[in-house]
Design a protein around this ligand. Structure first.
Ligand code: 5AD
Ligand code: SF4
Length: 469
């Protein structure tokens, strides 16, 4: 940590201590614990950021609650990748307004990707006066300082930056699962796919140094973590801009060597940067899970070019061929957009045929959402909503059919399952195989966080019923 970063963190930790005094006072007056809720919208990066927000609130003396209606402090960590995520936030804010009317001390904060868009901040300022705190993705580390300001001044605080000066890596964290954790290996994105807002809200790509990442993984392993998920918008381009460049494959192998780490996953891979070296590393190292999330977005090379994806259908299919050649039973998952501007019926048919050819284990499917400021928002040939919805329905059916066939391929085999939680059904627990397939099996809480061999007895669509082997 350099001197400037250290000073920035010293201030944050001092603020946490000061908040704690205020929280204790608040709690005495109220005659009950003061509770906070952090709600996450969006991707794994946001989920990891929320663990830090929760860590700070917890250290400052607030109890955690899942129910925002019960909370004295509510923080929405927002996503703006598609418009429906935005609408969802505004809908829930309307509801919170009603809750706050009966609880005048309640504090409502907004952060995350949506707040990096000036027109959103303007809208909140104008139409949601009950929001007390707004900050963005670039100054997450300063949450203690900003919250303290709200608590002491009881005035609205807005602080959104356009560049990250201090990365949120040394904050207290409350992990959702004690035995697994995300680890940010890089921030931002340089790809500028024409539909995507991420490069505008998260800024340019920056890789953390391997030393910092490995130190964090070691700390996690010492704290009981056995599975890590390395996170970045485009992990395949990890390390290119470091002073001493390192490939993503090299980093993965180094992470596997950390004592105590049993499983390593990563997200998200861009097909344009997926190297043979990475395929080899995955094939050779047992700790790297045989699952690759490889967003294709569309099956038509013409559309891929308009999306600025820097690969065509042939290149993608060649990657799939290489992956399957080295790892025949690898799980492949993807993201697909339908209704991108200019998508013809023929283009869409190509997406359907690609899904059929690849045979994904699962796919996230989205209707194209116009994002202000991106090139595609200005394309003249937007696809009518009705057509996009019809295409989505067809695509979902195709994905489902192939995914069900794929999932059944492990029937009768015994696989290592990391048990993650109790199932809603009494007497059952739920876990995941290295291929990221969900398995329900008889068991109890003593099994949570352990990797055990499980016979995959019956496949029910996308998951298995198993029994300890
Ligand atoms: N509209 C629809 N889907 C989008 N995604 C990103 N931007 C948009 C958009 N404007 C999808 C992509 C990406 C995933 C995280 O979200 O499929 O891989
Ligand atoms: Fe994650 Fe992108 Fe959504 Fe931000 S906009 S939360 S980076 S998916």
């Amino acid at each position: 940590m350099n001197q400037k970063t250290k000073e920035a963190y010293d201030i944050q930790y001092e603020c946490i201590d000061k908040i704690k005094l205020l929280a204790d006072e608040w709690s005495m007056q109220a005659g009950r614990p003061i509770v906070a809720n952090v709600t996450t919208f969006g991707c794994q990066m946001n989920a990891r950021d929320s663990e830090k927000l929760r860590g700070i609130l917890n250290k400052a003396g607030f109890q955690d609650t899942e129910n925002e209606d019960d909370a004295d402090i509510v923080i929405y960590n927002t996503c703006t990748v598609r418009d429906n995520a935005n609408q969802h936030v505004f809908g829930r804010l309307g509801h919170l307004n009603g809750v706050k009317r009966n609880k005048k001390d309640m504090i409502i904060g907004l952060c995350g990707c949506m707040m990096q868009e000036p027109h959103i901040v303007e809208k909140v300022k104008k139409s949601y006066p009950f929001v007390d705190l707004i900050f963005g993705t670039h100054n997450l580390y300063a949450f203690p300082e900003l919250l303290l300001k709200v608590l002491t001044d009881r005035k609205r605080v807005i602080d959104v930056r356009d560049r990250t000066e201090v990365f949120p890596e040394h904050l207290p964290v409350v992990r959702k699962y004690p035995f697994k954790s995300g680890v940010n290996i890089m921030y931002g994105c340089n790809n500028f796919c024409t539909y995507c807002i991420v490069p505008y809200v998260r800024g340019r790509e920056v890789s953390r140094t391997p030393e910092e990442i490995l130190a964090e993984v070691k700390r996690l392993a010492d704290d009981g973590v056995i599975e890590v998920m390395l996170l970045g918008q485009n992990v395949n381009s990890y390390g290119k801009t470091l002073e001493h460049p390192m490939s993503f494959a090299e980093l993965l192998l180094r992470v596997c060597e950390v004592p105590g780490i049993e499983r390593v996953r990563f997200m998200t891979s861009h097909p344009k940067d997926l190297s043979d070296e990475l395929i080899e590393a995955m094939a050779k190292n047992e700790k790297i899970c045989p699952h690759l999330h490889l967003p294709v977005q569309a099956g038509s090379s013409r559309l891929l070019k308009r999306m600025n994806r820097h690969y065509d259908r042939e290149h993608y299919m060649e990657l799939v061929r290489k992956l399957r050649e080295r790892m025949p039973d690898i799980s492949l998952t993807t993201d697909i957009i339908v209704g991108f501007p200019g998508e013809t019926e023929e283009d869409f048919e190509e997406t359907l045929s690609l899904v059929r050819e690849v045979g994904y284990d699962s796919a996230f499917t989205f209707i194209y959402s116009k994002r202000t400021g991106t090139p595609a928002a200005g394309y003249p040939d937007q696809v009518p909503d009705k057509v996009a919805h019809e295409r989505l329905t067809k695509l979902l059916a195709e994905v489902k059919e192939r995914a069900e066939e794929r999932c059944a391929r492990f029937t009768g085999q015994t696989m290592d399952v990391l048990v993650e939680e109790l199932n809603r059904e009494p007497g059952l627990v739920t876990g995941r195989t290295p291929h990221n397939i969900v398995v329900h099996l008889p068991g109890d809480e003593t099994m949570i966080g352990k990797i055990i061999p499980v016979k995959l007895v019956r496949c029910l669509g996308f998951y298995y019923i198993g029994e300890p082997a």
